[in-house]
Design a protein around this ligand. Structure first.
Ligand code: ZN
Length: 666
């Protein structure tokens, strides 16, 4: 899920924003933490109906189990499981309002309940989950059938094991795929529609931003949503399989946007747009990816003269057009064509309209040439935003912040501030607590709010907010220097001491690597194996990993790389030869520095120079016999031919191996 992507800065900043919230000053009592669950769309009467439907579907599924399926139940367990609808599937500290799970039934003391000498099982689903799928019985059959599968396939209560991370992820994905298939067969037997279920579940998950792409999902326990849907539909020989495959490409593209790999995102959205030319979302995102690449070519020094605020763009930002000198005009033109096409396909596509607005703010021939169009598109985006039902909460938040920033840039701070306040209010509805706010959103909200406060003479509050922004935002962010200059001005105005830059600057984050590029093209984590073979050609050698069933290493001498994969997807890309590709290391943000390139043959000393001061941990990939030095923030592991600073790199691995030592599963 989206939270997989680095998420470290938001807490203090969001807390400060809440403290500064005008509503909080009017004596509203803060609700206790455990009541901060999302508001349901359903009325209490509807919710009661959803719960009754869930119970009916659960009983229905139990009645349609075959004797063979029932026989899978381990002998020490009572049947059937107890079914419950609950509020929160997580803990009080880390709530999880949208989930279902198969587990033991515990008593208050944490002991497994026993009946007639057999342990009692449970299947539970949260009210939030019922809410986002609107109590759809097909979706419920898929979800609950999956959980019954976990019980009858013996997945619950396996002894805890410590496994290499990639192996653990693969085993986890296989269990999930098995449970999906079990659930799908069961629900079909009981007369439900898999296709309706997948569609309803998809819509629901999308509503709360729980979709994560195959590339982002590689190191999580469950495979990505599109992946599971693709496998299901393929297994059931449904004609919709190519559709879901494209959806997977779309999700990959979104992940690449999140990690600022705009070139890779372009490839993904191009593929979707080619296969489904009427998909305006693909054109909008393609245009957006190109716009971001274009913005990356703008000079950061010019920002100081700009009065355009911090815009949310999954880590990339806009600047105004008067500065565009050495920029790539062609890319701007291409972005314009894509976005206009998206708008022709759907004249009310709010994200595309907003991107067009931003595009015109960075017009290659100057701000004056674009400001009229920018205002027009942004106004249209606001109108469309209110009309378009399909826009999810996160998109709406992004648009509100960007539109607010644009209004402030156009010299209308009061209007801008109103939009930012709307965004803050909406964020409280979309996320259970402020801890869940995306970093980029919280940063942009703070920056722009501080700018508006300055304009309205609230100098002390603005200075405090800029200070929090500086401490919680990476200094490589191109707005950081602008914020510092504004903060220093405000401090001088207030007669306060200006804290030095170094004291405020947090640590810079690295851009997570998910791809490796060889002469023939790019391969990425989570990619279907068949697609990666399309890039790399036939492997020179295929080796099955001993003791790690289903995992193979595919070697491509010509490219100097190996893939670690199972039958379905790529889990790691390993550079194995000096002639192989380099793996670049850079900081996040459009002004993030290139720190160097990791290659086979470098010494440990050279690698450490590139990654100076970054935390490194020991990790295994597919077997504990083989150890790597892993940089979690980067997502790259390195293997040497010995100890000491002079040892040479023999392998550079792009993989998501997690932050913890080993992975406990149960
Ligand atoms: Zn599961």
């Amino acid at each position: 899920m989206a939270r997989l992507i680095a998420k470290t800065l938001v807490v203090a900043l969001a807390g400060l924003l809440l403290a500064l919230d005008p509503g909080a000053g009017r004596g509203e009592a803060a609700p206790p933490a455990k009541e901060k669950r999302p508001a349901y769309n359903a009325t209490p009467a509807e919710m009661a109906k959803y719960e009754a439907t869930a119970r009916k579907v659960f009983d229905d599924l139990l009645a349609h189990l075959t004797p063979e399926e029932r026989a899978g139940l381990p002998a020490d367990r009572a049947w059937p499981p107890e079914f419950e609808v609950i509020e929160n599937a997580g803990t009080e500290q880390e709530p999880d309002y949208y989930n279902a799970f198969a587990w033991w039934q515990f008593d208050a003391g944490g002991n497994v309940l026993v009946k007639d000498g057999k342990r009692i099982l449970a299947v539970k689903i949260t009210r939030g989950y019922l809410d986002i799928i609107d109590g759809n019985e097909h979706a419920l059959a898929l979800i609950l059938g999956h959980e019954l599968g976990h019980h009858l396939l013996g997945h619950v209560g396996r002894p805890p094991q410590t496994k290499p991370a990639a192996k653990d992820a693969m085993d986890g994905h296989r269990r999930e795929a098995d449970a999906d298939l079990f659930g799908a067969r069961l629900m079909l037997r009981a007369g439900y529609s898999v296709r309706q279920a997948v569609a309803a579940k998809w819509r629901g998950m999308e509503r709360v931003g729980h979709l994560y792409s195959p590339a982002g999902g590689v190191c999580t326990s469950h495979p990505a949503t599109a992946d599971r849907a693709a496998r299901l539909t393929a297994l059931l020989a449904a004609p919709a399989a190519p559709l879901w495959r494209s959806m997977a490409a779309f999700e990959n593209g979104v992940t690449f946007l999140t990690v600022e790999d705009y070139a890779a995102a372009e490839l993904c959205f191009e593929r979707v747009a080619r296969e489904f030319p009427a998909c305006y979302e693909a054109w909008a995102n393609l245009g957006y990816a190109r716009l971001m690449r274009y913005c990356g070519t703008l000079s950061p020094a010019a920002l100081r003269e700009l009065e355009v605020g911090h815009l949310v763009g999954t880590g990339a930002y806009q600047t105004a057009g008067s500065l565009v000198r050495a920029s790539n005009t062609k890319l701007w033109e291409q972005a314009k064509v894509d976005l206009e096409r998206a708008v022709r396909l759907n004249p009310k596509a709010a994200p595309a309209l907003a991107s067009l607005g931003l595009l015109h703010l960075v017009h290659p021939t100057g701000k004056a040439a674009g400001i009229g169009d920018a205002e027009r598109y942004l106004a249209a985006a606001v109108a469309a935003l209110d009309a378009e039902a399909g826009v999810d909460g996160q998109t709406r938040l992004t648009l509100l912040v960007n539109l607010g920033a644009a209004r402030i840039a156009a010299g209308r701070p009061a209007e801008g501030k109103r939009l930012l306040e709307q965004a803050r209010e909406l964020a409280r509805k979309v996320y259970p607590t402020a801890d869940y706010w995306p970093d980029e959103f919280a940063s942009a909200l703070a920056f722009n709010t501080a700018v508006a406060m300055t304009a309205e003479g609230e100098v002390a509050a603005a200075a405090r907010l800029f200070e929090a922004y500086l401490q919680n935002t990476a200094p490589t962010n191109r707005w950081w220097a602008v914020a510092y200059a504004r903060y220093a001005d405000l401090c001088r105005e207030l007669g306060k001491t200006v804290r030095p830059r170094d004291e405020l600057a947090g640590r810079t984050q690295l851009r997570r690597r998910l791809t490796v590029t060889v002469a023939a093209g790019t391969v990425h984590l989570g990619q279907p194996v068949a697609e990666a073979l399309g890039v790399l050609g036939a492997p020179t050698r295929v080796t099955a990993e001993k003791g790690a069933s289903g995992i193979r290493r595919l070697r491509f001498e010509r490219h100097g790389v190996e893939l670690v994969a199972d039958d379905d997807e790529v889990y790691a890309v390993v550079v194995i030869a000096e002639s192989g590709p380099g793996v670049p290391v850079s900081e996040v943000g459009p002004d993030g520095r290139e720190l160097g390139t990791l290659r086979v043959g470098m010494t440990r000393k050279q690698v450490r120079e590139v990654l100076r001061g970054r935390p490194v941990v020991d990790r295994s990939l597919t077997t504990f016999r083989e150890e790597f030095e892993y940089y979690p923030g980067l997502g790259v592991a390195v293997k040497y031919d010995g100890d000491g600073p002079g040892a040479a790199v023999v392998a550079v691995v792009v993989a998501q191996l997690g932050n913890r030592t080993g992975v406990m599963t149960n």
